[in-house]
Design a protein around this ligand. Structure first.
Ligand code: CTP
Length: 417
């Protein structure tokens, strides 16, 4: 196994993290275990990128090591005995600890079965060479890079390369992962890997809705998800979510606008709705169920698509405010915002904004009781008059409670001979 020490390994970690991993390495040595930093954090350390997800692999009993560390430090420990994993929460970062393991895929798309193994086997089960490096933390070899599959040279070449030809077949979510890393890091998917990726597209159909949705959401969590989606579209990967999806220049423009205006917790939903907004309602339903979206997100996406179907009406000349209100009011407010972002028509956008900023807040001053006092019979007529009042209010014909009372009186005077 090639062994090189990482230059300035300690200085690449924050002082508090380096103190903890040194301590963890020393403790592992005392217990007769070997401890490694693995996966994305090693890749990012070598690239000089920050990463607060710290994965540790133990050749030995991960739970025993985690318990021993929790005992002496101010970490909070949670462990999953069944999986042999433990999480230590420190102020400012989290350490995830797992035993070194070997994985077997019983059939494509299934979750792997797991046995304990050595670090080399643990690295071999991983997706790409750049993610298949480890750094030894035991004091006798502290900072040594373990790189059996050429991860460092691929990192230097900017290449995303699988470790073996069956990688995408074992786990087709790696297709999305390859694109995500490529676009995030400004790398390229290496030629043979790209050929294997293209050949494995059908394997995406073996992935469960929930796993596929998680990968899709991780793509949306990237800084510029439109880049990821665009590459996925060009490779035919996006179309595996629904054949009518497109990630073109229009989408990038809209995503940029969304990033500049929306708050992060909503961004994922907004990105999803914008992507789906050019599908028809039937296609939208197929997409939502393929990825099994939670009902709240599904509602917003569905409403955005339906609102887009109203586009022609919302652009019509001389549309009364009450008509805008009627067209839009049954839809989720977030969806109305997204529809305003999605349209290229300023008329439509202004009308949707008018609804959001003004119309939806307008209320009738009189209540059911007031109407009865004015002589409106109880039952359906009350609802009818309230709707008439709201319409007149929305269209600016009534300004005050007094106007409303006069309106009701006039309305009934007309009805009674
Ligand atoms: N991994 C894998 N195949 C997958 C998912 C994960 O081989 N389908 C491996 C990769 O080696 C990865 C590690 O598990 O580095 C941890 O997974 P994850 O947290 O998803 O990867 P990170 O590299 O930490 O991703 P990110 O930088 O996006 O957080």
């Amino acid at each position: 196994m090639p062994f090189t020490r990482i230059n300035d390994f300690d200085r690449r970690l924050s002082p508090s993290l380096s103190a903890i991993v040194r301590l963890a390495g020393a403790r592992a040595q005392q217990l007769g275990f070997r401890l490694y930093l693995v996966g994305g954090i090693v890749r990012d350390l070598l690239l000089g990128r920050s990463n607060l997800d710290i994965d540790l692999t133990v050749e030995g009993d991960a739970l025993a090591l985690a318990q021993s560390l929790a005992h002496n430090t101010d970490a909070r420990l949670t462990s999953h005995r069944h999986f042999g994993t433990a999480r230590l929460k420190y102020p400012g970062f989290i350490l995830d600890m797992a035993m070194a393991r070997k994985e077997m895929y019983p059939h494509p798309g299934a979750l792997p079965t797991v046995r304990s193994g050595g670090i080399k086997e643990d690295l071999f089960r991983r997706d790409f060479t750049v993610n298949a490096m480890a750094v030894s933390l035991n004091p006798d070899s502290y900072g040594a890079l373990i790189d059996p599959y050429g991860g460092k040279s691929d990192l230097e070449a900017g290449a995303i390369r699988v470790l073996h030809p069956g990688s995408f077949i074992d786990d087709a979510t790696r297709i999305w992962r390859a694109i995500r890393y490529e676009q995030r890091l400004g790398f390229h998917i290496e030629r043979t890997t790209l050929r294997q990726l293209r050949r494995s597209l059908a394997m995406l159909d073996t992935i469960s809705a929930d796993r596929l949705r998680r990968e899709f959401e991780r793509a949306l969590d990237e800084e510029t998800p439109d880049k990821v989606l665009r590459r996925a579209w060009r490779l035919g990967v996006l179309q595996k979510l629904h054949p009518s999806l497109r990630a073109d220049r229009w989408l990038s423009t809209k995503y940029r606008l969304a990033r500049n205006t929306a708050v992060p917790p909503l961004l994922r939903t907004i990105y999803t709705a914008l992507l789906v907004s050019r599908l028809n309602p039937g296609e939208c339903e197929a997409f939502l169920s393929r990825l099994n979206f939670p009902s709240h997100t599904a509602r917003i996406v569905r409403d955005t698509v339906r609102l887009r179907q109203l586009s022609i009406e919302l652009r019509a000349p001389r549309l009364k405010p009450s008509r805008i209100y009627k067209l839009v009011n049954d839809y989720d407010g977030v969806a109305v915002n997204i529809a305003a972002l999605a349209t290229n028509s300023s008329t439509e956008r202004n009308r949707l904004r008018l609804y959001l900023d003004r119309l939806r807040h307008i209320q009738v001053s009189l209540g059911g009781r007031d109407l009865q006092m004015l002589g409106v019979p109880a039952g359906p007529p009350v609802g009818l008059v309230l709707r008439k009042l709201l319409t007149a209010r929305l269209d600016g014909k009534l300004k005050s409670r007094k106007d409303e009372e006069d309106f009701v009186r006039r309305y009934f005077a007309k009805l009674t001979p």
